[in-house]
Ligand binder design. Structure first.
Ligand code: ATP
Ligand code: MG
Length: 344
């Protein structure tokens, strides 16, 4: 069923994205060593990984990047642990639409066997598929080191990593930086985009159809206009309207969604110095170019903005995927961020 809010794990519950799904499957069949699934929040990355994880026959493990505090030790230990038990293993829950797993750490320790012994066992275990969700939450440099180490020494290990903070995933993959540990290595990149308006409407219709409900065209159009192609929000709406049968389902969804987006903003704001500048940029990001955005942000702040400082903040918002740049124009990655700002 489409309107369940957990990440999907079966193909029949997963709408569309056939192309991206096929790309990941094919890359795995080709035994690519690093496959990166990137896309903004709520676009369906965890679900896609989950589907592939369930269908993959090789020895596999799933790690949630949010609970890995020391990638070098823990990744190695998790892979070895899986090899030892010879069965698939999930480290950390497969989660959606909330942020409850922050910074717990699962503290696996490497066993006392020698490094050579461990490496030998990993090497002789056949194909191993390591799924890492929310990879950007790990220390970028350390993860990149681990990936390049495995890339060079264990050709039968594939990493399938996903992340919503696209700029940070790029940092892990470092394709443009000759000094980077992964520079020059092959990476299969699969980008998940939002659904367009037609597909969004089709998704909602199909989901309500599964529930035996026929919803007015206008109602569907209103939902699509408000929730803008992010399948996570459309699913939340379908759940509210179709499963819970709430009154004012759209208003409730958009409030809940804004609350979730706000909690992510709060988390982000803790990392930056000048919160007011970031808020002002977000408030003015509306499909405009760099100069105009800078000048409007300056007006909101009531001061002339230093271009470097402004650019630094804008780049940071882009790295964390709150802002997206398309054809030299800046857009919010999620229109609900506009509401979320007032809650953050
Ligand atoms: N193709 C799909 N068909 C049906 N429902 C989907 C699909 N993709 C995602 N969903 C639903 O959308 C919501 C978000 O999905 P998911 O958690 O997979 O996205 P995500 O990109 O990993 O999000 P986040 O960035 O928050 O981790 C979930 O409720 C999930 O069930
Ligand atoms: Mg996810």
């Amino acid at each position: 069923m489409y309107f369940e809010i957990e990440p999907k794990s079966r193909k029949q519950d997963f709408f569309d994205y056939d192309y991206e799904y096929g790309q990941v499957k094919k890359a795995l069949q080709r035994k690519e060593k690093i496959i990166a699934v990137v896309g903004v929040r709520r676009v369906g990355k965890t679900s896609l990984l989950n589907l592939v994880y369930n269908e993959t026959k090789c020895l596999k493990l799933w790690l949630d990047g949010r609970i890995v505090s020391e990638p070098k030790k823990e990744l190695f230990a998790a892979i070895y642990e899986t090899v030892k038990i010879g069965k698939p293993k999930i480290f950390g829950k497969i989660e959606s639409l909330n942020v409850s797993a922050f910074g717990v750490g699962f503290g696996i320790k490497l066993s006392s066997e020698s490094q050579t012994e461990i490496e030998k066992k990993i090497r002789t275990a056949g194909q191993i598929c390591v799924f890492i969700d929310e990879a950007q939450r790990m220390k970028a440099k350390e993860l990149a080191d681990v990936l390049s180490y495995f890339y060079d020494r264990f050709p039968q290990v594939s990493f399938i990593i996903s992340g919503s903070e696209i700029g940070l995933v790029e940092e892990i993959l470092g394709q443009t930086d000759a000094e980077h540990p992964l520079y020059g290595r092959d990476i299969a990149k699969v980008v998940m985009e939002r659904l367009d308006r037609n597909r969004s409407a089709e998704y909602l219709k199909a989901g309500f159809g599964q529930l035996g409900m026929k919803i007015h065209k206008e109602e569907i159009e209103d939902a699509v206009a408000e929730l803008d192609g992010l399948i996570g929000w459309l699913t939340l709406y379908g759940y509210e309207r179709g499963v819970k049968r709430s009154q004012n389902a759209l208003a409730k969804t958009s409030q809940n969604a804004a609350r979730i987006a706000a909690s992510e903003l709060v988390h982000f704001f803790k990392k930056v110095k000048n919160k007011k500048l970031y808020i002002s940029i977000l408030r003015n990001t509306d499909g405009i170019g760099w100069d105009e955005l800078r000048s409007r942000t300056g007006k909101t702040m009531g001061e002339q903005l230093n271009p470097n400082q402004f650019n630094f903040a804008l780049e940071k918002l882009s790295a964390y995927s709150f802002v997206e740049k398309k054809d030299q124009k800046y857009h919010l990655s999620d229109p609900l961020l506009q509401k979320a700002i007032f809650l953050a």
